[in-house]
Design a protein around this ligand. Structure first.
Ligand code: MGD
Ligand code: MGD
Ligand code: SF4
Ligand code: MO
Length: 747
């Protein structure tokens, strides 16, 4: 292995070069993102620092915001004591100041109104907007019950509105970060180990000898501490095996890149199990002691030989055997990574089960270099009256999916459409910190639901597409301008971090906690918001935890010693798993009882018709979904997405790198905007690839408008996971148009 840590980390350092060169607030430090101690010291001497945790993605790295005497934010730097970032922010975190600085931000509350027969927004005072929301919510509550008011949320603001909702009696809550993201993996691992994977994943990458990434593109997917630990593992000689139809950044750092045919991963994993069992490479002692169903599994995978899998996956039998042996050789210090965004083809819980079972055979759960036993610390609940009990909520709405463990956004959408005939009619939405029109596919259904709603509120920082559908839009201030809940992190050791405002909120923007309290008071549930400032809540909680806000303002992050026992299983231990059998369930009786396959089975998925290519999508290291596309710092680094096209395809269609094309999918949905072609061997000939989050169609996003294509627009067909209701989004096929299909439309 020749790859050095520096080379790997360069993915982000490169990005930051761009930030430094163009953004005055950041260029003082030159092109180095990962600042050395000297620079940190100098900054500390010159500027005031305020603790925060980053909100540019869900990883929530703890950081310091440095401001000068005028209150200008100069720099955001990772907190050295934080296990999420080890003192280093990713390019997005460093560029987070752009979220604050963006002049396109929402500035005042807005209320939908009609002027000369045309619908538009007018600016409104907070009082007017909040009064309107409270009276609408109260009247819907009276007419249909509080349950009819749904919350779609993501990130920190969601927590405050969740409290508001529970206070007035609604548990109709869902987020795209479940059914469009990690849901299937949580259900798959829960069935197998009796435990969610959770965030951050308790993968012991630092000490691993073999890391297997199945479509998990760490490096482009900037899971900060995982990226850093993976660099260390590479330096320490760990074997990296990447299974991806695309030559990802992770693939480029791998010893083995298995360029799998899309949608066939379960076949590959079944054949790995076949080799591991046939060649008796599994951890016999561990399997005997901790698992149940081994004999059934052995019978099940008997025919799934590498030769069988070759015909399905296009991966050579010798390569399958070799990689299976390498994993077993490294075991138990091996991680078959659970991935995160796993809603691909509708059989995703079963694929997650296959990942979980492989780890079970290799004995990596609860072992050094495999998965550690995570721990967090409980933040005491600020006292408030008991919540009322809703008659129905997310669970009932999603009752078709027996193993859903959180709200299913798409079921909430359906429950909002009368003709879908649901028992649980939803009449109003609050959408907070989630850009659902870009994160939930099937636009037609979404628009139908919104059309039928009696009332819709959006709380965002930016005029994202979703705000265009609202009756009332509320401007939240950014994370740099507010107090927020204490971040209690789950890692090797527990830790907490605080978010303290570094600057005053710009314009009329306000924090979510304040908005929630104002609505709560106007709705008559003020008792649940028994504080004037959220600072009081944090102060009380920190005091209960034996510390103080004063202390946390000095240190930002407080680490606590473990109290739950060892990080790994001990030799003489007899660990009980939280499954019905108390063991790791290779065979799932629970699935069988519900009528599902008790062990994963490979089923063939539809393939692209002639002239069409599978639409594949992923992440770029300098952007988070759609939320950063307009961020002045990050937009500088990447303004638009491009379409990866295999040279073979480019030859047939006569495409050249740099040329703009449009896409049309199998349902005749045509992309509004065009995308720049990038001809590259790094993508298979049967797929095209783009980064998610571009192609914004709101002109108020002055930098991001009309730049690139919105992948979600082309995802009109989905495969629903029958076990937990996840939305499989990778079964859409596109054809490439070289001429503008919207000649009459100005774009
Ligand atoms: N086509 C397609 N769909 C996907 C994905 C994909 O790759 N492709 N990925 C899926 C995955 S993995 C996930 S997790 C989901 C994520 O889906 P979303 O949760 O919708 O994620 P974002 O696009 O980041 O939307 C965040 C929204 O919050 C706003 N925002 C940012 N900060 C704040 C704040 O402090 N306060 C408030 N009130 N608002 C804020 C942003 O402006 C933006 O509108 O999408 C899923 N959907
Ligand atoms: N920079 C950055 N980092 C992020 C985010 C972000 O927006 N920006 N979002 C965060 C969030 S919420 C999430 S959930 C994660 C998502 O990160 P991951 O869990 O890593 O995401 P995926 O989108 O599933 O993975 C995309 C990869 O899967 C490959 N792939 C596509 N089809 C197949 C297939 O059939 N088989 C296999 N084996 N591979 C396939 C693609 O080529 C691509 O390389 O990223 C997180 N980190
Ligand atoms: S990984 Fe990057 S964007 Fe996400 S919280 Fe950490 S610094 Fe922020
Ligand atoms: Mo996600």
């Amino acid at each position: 292995m020749t790859t050095s840590r520096r080379k790997f980390i360069k993915i982000s350092a490169l990005g930051l070069g761009g930030v430094a060169a163009t953004t005055s607030a950041l260029n003082m430090f030159g092109a180095n993102s990962y600042l050395d101690e000297l620079v940190k010291e100098n900054v500390a001497k010159t500027f005031k620092r305020t603790p925060t945790y980053c909100e540019v993605c869900f990883w929530k790295c703890a950081a310091w915001t440095y401001t000068d005497e005028e209150g200008t934010i100069k720099k955001i730097i990772g907190n050295d004591n934080d296990p999420h970032c080890y003192g280093r922010l990713c390019p997005r975190g460093t560029g987070g100041v752009g979220m604050y600085a963006d002049e396109d931000r929402l500035k005042t509350p807005l209320i939908r109104t009609t002027v000369n027969g045309e619908q538009t927004f007018r600016e409104a005072s907070w009082d007017e907007a909040l009064d309107l929301i409270a009276s609408k919510f109260n009247s819907i509550k009276e007419k249909h019950g509080p349950e009819a008011i749904a919350l779609l949320k993501h990130g920190s603001p969601g927590k405050h509105f969740e409290h508001l909702y529970k206070s007035f009696g609604s548990d109709t809550i869902a987020e795209p970060a479940y059914a469009q993201c990690r849901g299937p993996r949580e259900t798959g691992f829960n069935l197998t180990y009796g435990s969610w994977v959770g965030s951050p994943e308790p993968t012991d990458i630092r000490d691993t000898k073999c890391l297997v990434l199945i479509g998990s593109h760490i490096g482009e997917n900037m899971h900060n501490s995982q990226v850093q630990e993976m660099s260390d593992a590479i330096d320490n000689g760990a074997t990296i095996i990447t299974v991806d139809p695309r030559f990802s950044t992770a693939a480029s750092k791998s010893n083995h890149w298995l360029a799998i045919k899309p949608a066939t991963d379960i076949a590959l994993m079944l054949s790995w199990m076949n080799v591991i069992i046939e060649e008796e490479l599994y951890d016999k002692e561990y399997v005997k002691k901790y698992t149940t169903g081994f004999e059934s599994l052995k019978n099940h995978v008997q025919t799934f030989t590498p030769e069988w899998a070759y015909g399905i996956t296009t991966i050579k039998p010798a390569e399958i055997r070799k990689t299976a042996r390498e994993m077993a050789h490294a075991a138990p210090a091996v991680i078959v990574h659970p991935g995160r965004h796993v809603t691909w083809y509708g059989d995703d819980t079963q694929r997650a089960r296959a990942v979980a079972i492989l780890n079970g055979l290799l004995g990596s759960w609860g072992r050094r270099g495999g998965f550690y036993f995570k721990e967090s610390i409980k933040v005491p609940k600020y006292p408030h009256p008991a919540y009322p009990h809703p008659k129905w909520g997310w669970k009932e709405i999603g009752e078709k999916y027996p193993l859903a463990q959180m709200g299913i956004t798409t079921e909430v959408v359906k429950a909002s459409i009368e003709s879908e005939g649901g028992k649980y009619p939803v009449k109003a939405w609050m959408v907070a910190g989630t850009n659902i029109t870009k994160s939930i596919p099937n636009k037609e259904l979404l628009e139908k639901a919104i059309e039928e709603l009696e009332f819709m509120v959006v709380v965002d920082t930016m005029p994202m597409a979703v705000t265009g559908y609202a009756d009332v839009v509320l401007p939240e201030c950014t994370y740099l301008e507010r107090y927020d809940g204490i971040r209690s992190a789950t890692n090797r050791e527990p830790s907490i971090a605080v978010r303290v405002p570094a600057v005053e909120p710009k314009w009329e923007s306000k924090p979510a906690w304040w908005i929630a309290k104002q609505i709560g008071e106007r709705m008559g549930v003020g008792d649940y918001f028994n504080y004037n400032d959220f600072k009081e809540v944090i102060e009380w909680q920190l005091k209960e935890m034996g510390t103080s806000l004063e202390e946390l303002e000095k240190i930002g992050v407080k680490n606590y010693p473990r109290t739950s026992g060892s990080l790994y299983l001990k030799e003489d231990e007899n660990h009980t798993f939280y499954t019905p059998s108390g063991k790791i369930e290779l065979f799932s009786q629970e699935l069988k009882n519900l009528g599902f396959d008790p062990m994963p089975v490979y089923n063939k998925h539809p393939e692209p018709p002639q002239g069409y290519y599978r639409l594949n999508y992923g992440r770029a290291p300098m952007h988070t979904f759609s939320r950063t596309a307009n961020n002045p710092n990050l937009n500088d680094l990447k303004k638009e997405n491009d379409l990866w096209v295999n040279p073979k395809v480019a030859r047939i269609l006569g495409l050249k790198t740099g040329q703009y094309v449009w896409l049309k999918n199998q349902d005749d949905v045509t992309s509004t905007f065009s995308i720049k072609v990038r001809v590259t061997e790094r993508v298979r000939w049967d797929s095209v690839y783009m980064v998610h989050g571009f192609g914004h169609d709101n002109k108020k996003l002055t930098r991001a408008y009309a730049k690139g294509i919105n992948d979600t627009q082309l995802i009109s067909k989905v495969a629903i996971d029958p076990i937990m209701g996840g939305t499989g989004m990778r079964g859409n096929f596109v054809t490439i148009l070289t001429k503008n299909p919207h000649k009459n439309i100005e774009i």
